[in-house]
Design a protein around this ligand. Structure first.
Ligand code: NDP
Length: 619
């Protein structure tokens, strides 16, 4: 069977589906343990998450204070929340952050070559407000980190921040009607409201293979790069690796950025591959500063929204402002759906999407065969799955560097590395002696915010969050919970939403949380809490589905973090637990909720003694 559009690309759909299934089944059989195959960097593995960037540990006395809002997390979510608080005139807040500065993921991920492949003009928030002009269309991690710091300065947030401070517990006191936050520095902070933004890419994970701890060489996770060992900096130039044999475990978004930089410096680079990535060209370019600064006021919000429309199947935007590799795929899906709808004939959106998917993946496979010179290595680098099964990647130098004589691809045919000992890594029944192991093995994306933060979260009557969720996750919009009053998650994926442009999610949820807090403040509300009935209603709404059944789509995928390692029907995580209607519908729902009667219906409130006589916080 050839491609359904009769276009220039033809493919054998049945053969491809068969190959995809075989590759998926192979990996599922080999890795039946799903998420359990990974080790969290805790306890005896804690050294993997030690902050390598703080050169002088902070010394300070414990703090005891009461604030109106405690913002936990100083990444982009925390920064956006703080900015909303400032704009709402709520200045009595503090920010608590484990790292030595703002930046979140961009603080931690300083590996050589780190870059964001979402266009900077839609990814980097508050460009207009702060006056930042990204130098390139796809910005380096360093530039994004600097922008986060600029946001901190612009909104005068540095004097609100407690850095190098890890929250250990967040407990609601019924007696005080306040949250009591404790930290590893002995602080006790009381807060009327708490917002948490821990980020989905913060909990480092390591492959659970035997022997990790026995390795006597150097090893670290990509999110804690050790430049003291490698030399060089974020731009490369790692002179200390000139005589070193380096293993990189993984071929995901991080690895494909690290490897080309390592290949410039190290004597030898061994890439341990379990599943090849699907790589499209990046095509980066310098920013036309005159164009950017000449944009009309409010341009960034419009562009962010437009990008979101263009990467959401089922939306029919009129323009594509970003027009890059992301919107290309969804644009083709949208165009064909539009054509089918116009024809008046019944059609199946999933079939249309599958057709475009086959075409796209055939193009990406053809690119591999064209770029990689060794036919065996090229064959082993072919991705056999649907385009969105793994996060789509963009690179102009990863495949190219597989041609370099000092780079070896160790294809483990879906098995992965099996063991590590004092001097090396085992794969395919063979031992590879190395000086250094770099784990580019990603993050526990399905973890709830408090698990990422590693603190105890206790609501009314001493109920822990684990007790509340013993029979499954229960929230309203993923952002609020009954039994946990005045508590807001900003960046909620579970039962919330997400986007390939995650800062869009953060922006909309930060606005949501602060708007609710501001409304409560204005109405003289002391405590606001969503009801269990509201959670039931949200659970039902959660089941809304796209025109395309994404649960089926991801269920058929090769395992990875987007489908809970192949266990889609398992614990509600990244996808299974995300609102099914997509980020734009979600945004509309939460906006209408907080500004209409539904919030009043869904919440129990108690007013301050001196509150103005009002019955609602939503009017
Ligand atoms: P990923 O989870 O995407 O990749 C982890 C890699 O480790 C996979 O290739 C996985 O293989 C491999 N792996 C795991 N265990 C083993 C093992 N035992 N043996 C061999 N290989 C193993 O993590 P990343 O850090 O690469 O990326 C995480 C996310 O961070 C991205 O999806 C993206 O959202 C974000 N990011 C974005 C960037 C950008 O904008 N360009 C850059 C970097 C990160 P398998 O596929 O078989 O599971």
């Amino acid at each position: 069977m050839a491609g359904m559009d009769g276009g220039s690309k033809s493919y054998d759909a049945e053969a491809l589906l068969k190959r995809y299934k075989e590759e998926r089944d192979k990996r599922l059989t080999l890795r039946a343990e799903g998420e359990a195959q990974y080790i969290d960097a805790e306890g005896e593995f804690e050294a993997f998450v030690k902050d390598p960037y703080v050169k002088e540990p902070l010394v300070r006395d414990p703090i005891r204070e009461e604030v109106e809002v405690a913002v936990i997390g100083g990444g982009i979510g925390g920064l956006l929340t703080a900015r909303e608080l400032r704009d709402a005139g709520i200045d009595n807040f503090c920010m608590i952050e484990q790292a030595g500065d703002f930046g979140g993921t961009w603080y931690w991920n300083r590996y050589p070559g780190v870059r964001c492949d979402i266009e900077a003009y839609v990814y980097m928030p508050l460009l207009e407000e702060v006056g930042t002009v990204p130098t390139e269309r796809y910005a380096s991690g360093q530039e994004i980190f600097e922008h986060c710091r600029a946001i901190g300065r612009h909104y005068d947030l540095y004097d609100r921040a407690l850095f190098q401070t890890k929250v250990t517990s967040v407990k609601w006191s019924d007696a005080l009607s306040r949250w009591v936050i404790e930290t590893d520095r002995g602080d006790e902070i009381r807060a009327q409201y708490v917002t948490v933004s821990q980020g989905p890419l913060a909990k480092v994970k390591l492959p659970g293979v035997p022997g990790i701890r026995s390795f006597k060489g150097k090893m670290f996770h990509s999110a804690r790069w050790d430049y003291d060992y490698t030399g060089g900096d974020i731009n490369g130039g790692m002179d200390k690796l000139a005589d070193k044999r380096v293993a990189v475990i993984g071929t995901g978004a991080t690895a494909v950025q690290i490897v080309p930089k390592l290949a410039e410096s190290a004597k030898e680079v061994l890439i341990f591959q379990r599943t090849p990535s699907a790589l499209a060209p990046r095509n980066n370019c310098k920013t036309d500063a005159a164009w950017l600064t000449g944009q009309p006021k409010g341009w960034q919000k419009e562009r962010m929204h437009n990008f979101q429309e263009n990467i959401t199947p089922g939306e029919h935007p009129h323009s594509d402002m970003v027009a890059d590799g992301w919107t290309d795929f969804f644009g083709r899906v949208g165009a064909n759906m539009g054509k089918a709808a116009k024809s008046g004939e019944p059609f199946n959106p999933a079939e249309i999407m599958q057709d475009i998917d086959f075409q796209k993946m055939e193009e990406l496979r053809a690119r591999v065969l064209e770029v990689v010179k060794d036919p065996d290595i090229a064959e082993r680098s072919l991705p056999w799955y649907n385009y969105l099964c793994k996060r789509p990647l963009f690179s102009d130098n990863f495949l190219e560097c597989l041609n370099q004589p000092n780079v070896t691809l160790v294809d483990t045919e879906g098995v992965g590395v099996t063991r590590i000992d004092e001097t090396g890594v085992y794969a395919n029944g063979e031992k590879f002696e190395v000086d250094c192991i770099i784990f580019a093995t990603g993050f526990d994306v399905g973890a709830a915010a408090h698990k990422v933060g590693g603190y105890e979260l206790v609501g009314r009557g001493g109920m822990t969050i684990d007790e509340k969720w013993a029979d499954g996750v229960r929230t309203v919009h993923g952002t609020q919970m009954s039994g946990f009053p005045n508590f807001h998650v900003v960046g909620a994926v579970m039962q919330g939403t997400t986007s390939f442009n995650y800062t869009h999610t953060l922006q909309t949820q930060a606005e949501h949380a602060v708007d609710i807090i501001a409304r409560c403040r204005e109405a003289g509300v002391e405590v606001m809490e969503v009801t269990p009935e509201a959670e039931d209603r949200w659970a039902e709404k959660m089941m809304t589905r796209h025109a395309i059944d994404l649960v089926k789509y991801f269920g058929d995928c090769t395992p990875g973090f987007l489908n809970n390692e192949g266990e889609v029907a398992g614990k509600p995580t990244f996808l299974g637990g995300t609102y099914g209607g997509g980020p734009l519908k979600y945004l509309k729902i939460i906006e209408e909720w907080r500004s209409g009667p539904q919030m009043h219906e869904d919440c129990a409130v108690s007013f301050k003694a001196d509150a103005p006589a009002r019955e609602t916080v939503s009017g």
